[in-house]
Design a protein around this ligand. Structure first.
Ligand SMILES: NC(=O)c1ccc[n+]([C@@H]2O[C@H](COP(=O)([O-])OP(=O)(O)OC[C@H]3O[C@@H](n4cnc5c(N)ncnc54)[C@H](O)[C@@H]3O)[C@@H](O)[C@H]2O)c1
Ligand SMILES: [Zn+2]
Length: 379
């Protein structure tokens, strides 16, 4: 899986394309092995602007930046590269300010665009700067983690963090295009890959039983980074997210976008109580999905057999399925679910499964039932 070798492969596979239909804000997600090194040609067809700032981090930049920069130069683009420290800390107003300075240094104007090359941190931050610089300029997503490919890069939610809350300062700003190169995952640490697989499994549970079956049948291949299996899983995940975002761009009350938060009410409570330490987001979501399946069983919406299947697949993906002894106590975690932004007017709101592949939002879950699920989530 070396992206620099991809151009030498005998028969290039046709790209997989998914349309995100949002009227004049519509865009395409293109999945193709080796696309990072050919991005200039794609961008030249997409935009009239020829000036760009590529935003990346210090892990990703050295790996994929040179091939990307060469392709941009060869197709007549000019601009510069901003390489930021890796990690969530970069999603700050201070770093956004640094990027505004870099945009001015690069003499970007309203016809220019930003290019996010990295994981969800880089995508969210770059999108936020693009949404606000000169009241909004174009940006393009080139996600390099599985989580960013299947989730963060699609849907237009962009943000930086505030010391008081994650993603608190943000906007809806759709990218002009998303270019996904499954080969770049060859360099992604295993733990990050598994965290992305949690969101892939989420799509199967929330929307598509046949896709859940596919993940179950291909989990070993996915863990071994088999490019075909990965491309198929990314395509289906993006198609599900694209369809839901197309129906409900701004997450209106009662709209289907809330379903994308399956497992996330529990996950956010875990992350908040643990101060975003210990678990990666995808790992917290993995536990959250098991808890949500169990709560679905308690509410007599889902059979125990289906809940066991969900848990078994998450476990096979090498993800945690229960809280650990040192994790925060149940009372604390339960209290935090009320602070989650999905809780409305003190009522608990959960996305629950009515089958594998079908979910609905419920706000009538009795508090004591939800509270007990935290205890059950330790065994
Ligand atoms: N906007 C949305 O809808 C949305 C959805 C989900 C998550 N998010 C956001 O996404 C962020 C998390 O994203 P993430 O999990 O991608 O984390 P990340 O961006 O921090 O990337 C994880 C790590 O992997 C490294 N990395 C990235 N690509 C690599 C590659 N190909 N090879 C080797 N190393 C690589 C990065 O440098 C980093 O150290 C959070 O801030 C979260 O809030 C946003
Ligand atoms: Zn998530």
């Amino acid at each position: 899986m070396n992206p620099s070798n991809s151009s030498a492969s005998p028969a290039p596979k046709p790209p997989r394309k998914i349309q995100v239909s949002l009227g004049e804000r519509s865009y395409e997600i293109v999945i193709q092995e080796g696309i990072t090194a050919e991005l200039g040609a794609h961008l030249a067809r997409l935009t009239k602007g020829r000036k760009t700032l590529v935003v990346t981090d210090r892990n990703v930049g050295p790996l994929f930046g040179p091939a990307l920069a060469k392709s941009l130069q060869q197709t007549g683009f000019s601009g510069s590269l901003a390489e930021l420290p890796p990690g969530e800390g970069a999603k700050s107003l201070d770093i956004a300010k640094f990027l505004y300075d870099r945009c001015f240094d690069a003499e970007l104007d309203r016809g220019s665009f930003l290019l996010a090359l990295g994981g969800g941190v880089i995508g969210d931050l770059t999108g936020f700067v693009a949404a606000t610089f000169m009241r909004g300029i174009d940006f393009v997503q080139v996600p390099t983690t599985l989580l960013a490919m299947v989730d963060a890069s699609v849907g237009g939610k962009v943000a930086v963090d505030h010391p008081k809350a994650k993603n608190a300062i943000g906007a809806f700003h759709q990218p002009r295009a998303v270019y996904i190169d499954p080969l770049v995952l060859g360099r992604l640490p295993e733990r990050e890959l598994k965290a992305g697989l949690a969101e892939v499994i989420k799509y199967g549970v929330l929307d598509d039983r046949a896709f859940f079956d596919f993940i179950e049948a291909n989990i070993e291949k996915l863990l071994k980074k088999d490019p075909e299996a990965l491309a198929a899983a990314i395509e289906k995940s993006c198609a599900i997210k694209a369809r839901i975002v197309g129906e409900d761009e701004r997450e209106r009350d009662g709209g289907p976008r809330a379903l994308l938060n399956y497992g996330h009410t529990f996950a956010h409570a875990i992350e908040t109580c643990m101060n975003y330490q210990g678990y990666l987001h995808g790992e917290a979501v993995a536990i959250g999905m098991v808890l949500a399946a169990d709560l679905s069983v308690q509410q007599k919406l889902l059979g125990r057999g289906d809940a066991d299947r969900i848990r078994a697949l998450i476990e096979k993906a090498g993800l945690p399925v229960k809280l650990q002894p040192g994790d925060p106590p149940s009372d604390e975690l339960h209290a935090a679910t009320f602070r989650d932004k999905k809780a409305r007017a003190g009522k608990l709101r959960f996305v629950l499964a009515t089958a594998i592949g079908a979910t609905k939002v419920f706000d009538d879950v009795p508090e004591d039932v939800a509270r007990r699920v935290w205890d059950r989530g330790r065994v």
